[in-house]
Design a protein. Structure first.
Length: 267
């Protein structure tokens, strides 16, 4: 269902009937941010180099604003407004994303409102919030509001739970993994790679919150092989790489990349 929402927005861009500013009301801001970056790669038909630049937030015509401390301040929005004065060069559009938009303070909100009311040609804004009630009403009224919820499924009941557990054991306990041999022994791994990684992401995210009883064995393995900082780094890494899997990039290369990158996260 969520993919239908993003596909619909993409179709609007392809038909040149898109809005100039969107407000995404979601239950998972970080996942929404990653999906929006993927959406941008599709809007501009990015090649692999530009795709990686966008996902790493290094693309020169994408600006991502987050709250610094407790709020998003006026000087952050002033910096943004200065950057989006220029016309886009690399594609038809210049993009900005404001994550944690509910943390815009009053001065920042009022500065942003001016550019929303008088948008520059080719500038597309995307605001992300998990508390739409805290968004300034005058901003809200000028945005195309998109409600999107990401599944919070029961990990233990996933049909791919055992495959995810087995894969975590391998990547956490083995010093070197022969990917080709692993794929021969597990021929369905690539067919279900997206679903398995989704379960693994939920496990690493959950382990930072509490030691859930049904994960007792695997949480012990993860905790024994990682510091708390390393667990957090791996959870954040998986959250960022997930959209690459979902966008049908080469899954075998991504599988090898995950194995190598995990080994390189030791302090």
């Amino acid at each position: 269902m969520k993919q239908d929402i993003f596909d619909n927005i993409l179709n609007h861009f392809n038909g040149n009937i898109n809005s100039h500013v969107f407000l995404f009301n979601t239950n998972d801001k970080e996942k929404c941010l990653e999906q929006l970056k993927v959406l941008i790669t599709k809007i501009i038909n990015a090649d692999e180099v530009v795709y990686n630049q966008i996902m790493k937030e290094l693309y020169i015509e994408l600006f991502v604003i987050r709250n610094e401390g407790k709020e998003i301040k006026a000087d952050q929005i002033s910096f943004l407004l200065d950057k989006i004065k220029t016309k886009p060069i690399l594609s038809k559009y210049l993009f900005y994303i404001i994550n944690d938009a509910e943390h815009l303070n009053t001065f920042a909100s009022n500065k942003l409102l001016k550019t929303i009311e008088e948008p520059n040609n080719g500038v597309i804004g995307m605001l992300i919030t998990d508390n739409i009630g805290k968004i300034l009403p005058t901003i809200k009224s000028r945005c195309e509001i998109v409600n999107i919820n990401f599944d919070k499924t029961d990990v233990e009941n996933s049909e791919f739970f055992n495959e995810a557990i087995d894969l975590i054991k391998i990547i956490e306990t083995k010093e070197l993994v022969d990917v080709s041999i692993y794929k021969i022994k597990n021929p369905n791994i690539m067919d279900n790679f997206l679903e398995i990684i989704d379960v693994i992401i939920k496990i690493y995210n959950s382990i930072n919150i509490k030691n859930i009883e049904q994960f007792k064995e695997i949480t012990t393995i993860i905790n024994d092989n990682n510091s708390k900082k390393e667990i957090l780094k791996k959870a954040m890494y998986l959250n960022k790489i997930y959209p690459m899997i979902e966008s049908n990039m080469n899954k075998e290369l991504l599988f090898e990349k995950i194995l190598v990158d995990f080994k390189g996260m030791k302090e």
